[in-house]
Design a protein around this ligand. Structure first.
Ligand SMILES: N=C(N)NCCCC[C@H](N)C(=O)O
Ligand SMILES: O=C(O)CCC(=O)C(=O)O
Ligand SMILES: [Fe+2]
Length: 331
């Protein structure tokens, strides 16, 4: 595989899919079929691609980053007013170094948000994540802006997944079945100080947990890196107005291992502060995720080695506990 990033990470204009997303016969449209082919090769080859023509305005995409920069510029005491705690469902602000990946402190700060749900909805497994999201008073209207953004990202993710569902040989709606009718989501608002060193890691190598991730990164610095099939780290050079899209562990399982979740990491080896908003579209919180029958039939040779015995939400809580070993539950 070529190591030139341009040939490795495809740019997919999904506008035909967006136009036809509510048409059950979308696959009959030649332009949609072309998008579907591109999604298929991107998901098979790298598991990472840019989407353009997605219908979310470039102004909004930029505004959520500009406002997030403003939040991170506030004094530490101010940011700590919405501090993350296990009692608050792991929601809120975390200072630099609190997030642990592969046993090491990451060089980033963040606000973590999760879909809100009623107390008791998921019984014991959901308890650790109950609670409202924590929004700062400053910048004003940040909450409203981000909630609007979340809604748009939710719809966009579902529409891209319709294309991915077709790419795997199913109907457009295989990712809307019983494990995914009430999709959970995660949003991480991430800030990375510029460090000017290669050995200071913003986020250590990991795969994402859920179905599909939409990354909205500052467009003037390159820090995200993706591991390609040859084992080389490929820089994900920003394209203004695009989302970087990648598949997560649950999609790997549901697709019967046809699509891989790809390792990635962040190194902001740059003098300037970088902001990134990660939106993660997931399965139902309480879904015990297993390969979909249709994809086992369509792709019999594959078979994912991963057997998953617990609900996605339980898996997520376990990830949070290893991510935040230094947070003690006082509740
Ligand atoms: N929601 C998503 N995708 N989060 C990915 C975070 C990965 C870092 C985390 N400390 C970990 O070790 O898992
Ligand atoms: O900052 C980025 O570009 C990616 C962040 C990321 O990988 C994550 O939060 O899972
Ligand atoms: Fe990630």
């Amino acid at each position: 595989m070529a190591t030139n990033f341009k040939s490795v990470l495809p740019v997919i204009d999904i506008s035909p899919l967006v136009v036809k997303c509510d048409d059950p016969n979308m696959a009959d449209d030649a332009c949609v079929a072309e998008v579907v082919r591109k999604l298929d090769s991107a998901c098979r080859e790298v598991g990472f691609f840019y989407v353009i023509g997605h219908g979310i305005s470039e102004d909004l995409i930029k505004k959520v980053r500009v406002m997030s920069h403003r939040f991170f510029e506030l004094p530490s005491e101010e940011k700590l007013k919405i501090q993350i705690t296990p009692a608050a469902g792991y929601r809120g602000y975390q200072r630099i170094g609190l997030n642990i990946t592969n046993g090491k402190q990451d060089m980033h700060e963040a606000i973590d948000c999760y879909k809100e749900f009623e107390e008791g909805k998921y019984g014991g497994i959901g308890k650790a994540m109950e609670g409202p999201n924590k929004w700062p008073e400053n910048p004003k209207e940040y909450k409203t802006l981000m909630e609007e953004y979340i809604k748009l990202c939710t719809d966009l993710s579902r529409n891209i997944l319709r294309g991915i569902s077709l790419a795997l040989g199913g109907s457009p709606y295989e990712f809307e079945g019983k494990m995914m009718q009430d999709p959970f989501w995660i949003m991480r608002i991430l800030g990375y100080p510029g460090v000017n060193q290669d050995n200071v890691i913003g986020i250590g190598a990991h795969t994402d947990y859920g179905l599909l991730s939409l990354i909205n990164q500052d467009d003037d610095k390159t820090a995200l890196q993706v591991k390609d099939m040859a084992g080389d780290w490929i820089p994900v050079v920003p394209i203004a107005g695009s989302f970087v899209c990648n598949i997560g562990d649950m999609l790997k399982i549901l697709s019967n291992g046809v699509y891989e979740s790809t390792l990635h990491r962040v190194i902001n080896n740059f003098p300037r502060y970088r902001v990134c908003i990660g939106f993660f579209y997931e399965t139902n919180f309480n879904a015990v995720v297993e390969p979909l029958e249709i994809f086992k039939e369509k792709h019999p040779g594959k078979g994912t080695s991963q057997v998953f015995k617990r609900a996605y939400g339980e898996h997520l809580v376990h990830k949070l506990q290893t991510t935040f070993p230094n947070l003690v539950n006082h509740s």
